[in-house]
Design a protein around this ligand. Sequence first.
Ligand SMILES: C[S@@+](CC[C@H](N)C(=O)[O-])C[C@H]1O[C@@H](n2cnc3c(N)ncnc32)[C@H](O)[C@@H]1O
Length: 377
Amino acid sequence: MALRQAGCLGPLRRRVSGVIKYLGSKRRLVPALGRLFEASGAATALDLFTGTTRVAQELKRRGGVVWACDSARYSEVLGACYVAADAATIDEAELSEALGLLNRLPGRHGYFTETFCVKSRYFQPFNGRRVDAVRSRIADDFSGSWLEPLLLTSLLEAADRVDSTTGVQMAYLKSWAPRSYNPLELRAPALIPGTGYSLRADAAAAAASAGSVDFAYLDPPYNQHSYFGNYHIWETLVAWDRPPVYGVACKRSDCRDPANRSRFNSKPRFRDALAEIVRLVDAGILVLSYNDESWTTLEEITELCAKRGAVRVLTFDSKRYVGAQIGIHNPAGKLVGRVSHLRNHEYLVISGEQKDVMRAAAGVTDAGDVCCEVVQP
Ligand SMILES: C[S@@+](CC[C@H](N)C(=O)[O-])C[C@H]1O[C@@H](n2cnc3c(N)ncnc32)[C@H](O)[C@@H]1O
């Protein structure tokens, strides 16, 4: 392995459309991934653990035909809005009229307010009542229409802007976050022109049925933190199924259902699950995200990817998520743990045919985005 040092990751501040706070979201890597995609000359792309869809959005913005896939309901909705909807063909006036109608609705106390503002304190009750009113109206008047995912995305993002959490829904803040006092306001999502598809599926099933693509990006969970549990409110807001809840965090009762536990959140199952996906994905260039807070090592990941041909690893210095910055607290808000470190490393492991890998990586290294680069022929 040869190691090359380059300049550290500079402030990559390109604005992307409204995106919810999300653990493991690749905000800082989006420009680099966009450059990788473009330099590779790819036309089609698969973002298999798409989460907020911000990477899929960037690939679409750069002209790719993109498939966005995730097991989460809210992610499918975000994908239907930002990846599948084509900004060039939607009726903006109709969207604006629908948003105006929803923004004018008076609040009403319902399941959402009772569960997430009274039994728990994720949102101020005046905003919870607005969520109840808006979500019910979307269900009554827009269910099944092309507007539905756009309106749900707008509502998710509006609720995210006024929540009282550190960005995960395992707990809420002891004192109201300053942003929670702002009134809930629906805004038009910044849609992107182009072609894409949004899919809610297990990654293995999606990889097996996706067919061949030029470029695939894999960003699986690498530890025990379940996205289903961490973002249970977004699941409920999209499903609108008023589930029974448990505990101080008021999680959906099906968070306890093993069927909703990802294999990627299980230490004994994780390695095989990842190996299966890498084997199943049929892509010219495969880019795997990895960070050093994972159950596996970078060596294991590069070994796995080397089965596909040449491998290059790009390293990025990164700030840890906000929860790690403010410390570990018990439900009463008392600091109970020490934070070991505030920064970590993010890696992009690129694999494929040697010439393609070199060409794609050059799109990033030439732009000076990376901290260091490891080349494994
Ligand atoms: C690290 S996050 C991806 C973040 C994303 N790249 C972004 O920038 O927003 C991992 C994602 O994998 C999804 N996930 C977990 N297990 C999955 C599975 N078995 N199949 C499909 N998606 C899964 C989670 O819902 C979560 O959105």
